[in-house]
Design a protein around this ligand. Structure first.
Ligand code: CA
Length: 132
């Protein structure tokens, strides 16, 4: 399983990559939206772990781009320090499969990642404007 991790916090990025790498995942870890776009264009991933607070873009932009161009939905787990209900709903409506609020336990992150990887159908459909 090849996972793209997008997290600008260096220590956290290292912790997540180290934990998941030790549990059998192949992790590509990047720190910016620009590097995330390059990685997504260059390789096929089984899942995306995406921080929303990135230095050069809102992670939500990356999520929308991924949802807009991928025929096969890329399971996506959002990392966010924002614990407001609105951000969670926005993320889920934009096509995230799950989210985890910082600070979190690495074993919980791993469990949620495994859950989105095995979920059939994966992403919830975005509501159409007419259905709102
Ligand atoms: Ca961040």
């Amino acid at each position: 399983m090849r996972i793209l991790l997008v997290e600008d916090h260096e220590a956290l990025r290292g912790l997540i990559a180290g934990h998941l790498g030790g549990r059998g995942f192949a992790i590509d870890a990047v720190a910016s939206a620009e590097d995330a776009r390059s990685a997504l264009a260059a390789a096929a991933y089984d899942a995306l772990i995406l921080d929303l607070g990135l230095p050069d873009a809102d992670g939500m932009e990356i999520l929308r781009e991924v949802r807009g161009r991928k025929a096969d939905p890329l399971p996506t787990l959002i990392l966010t320090a924002r614990d407001g209900l609105e951000d969670r709903v926005r993320g889920l409506n934009a096509g995230a499969d799950d989210y985890i609020v910082k600070p979190f336990d690495l074993t919980e992150l791993e469990a949620r990642l495994r859950a989105v990887l095995r979920r059939p159908g994966r992403a919830m459909p975005c509501p159409s404007p007419a259905a709102r």
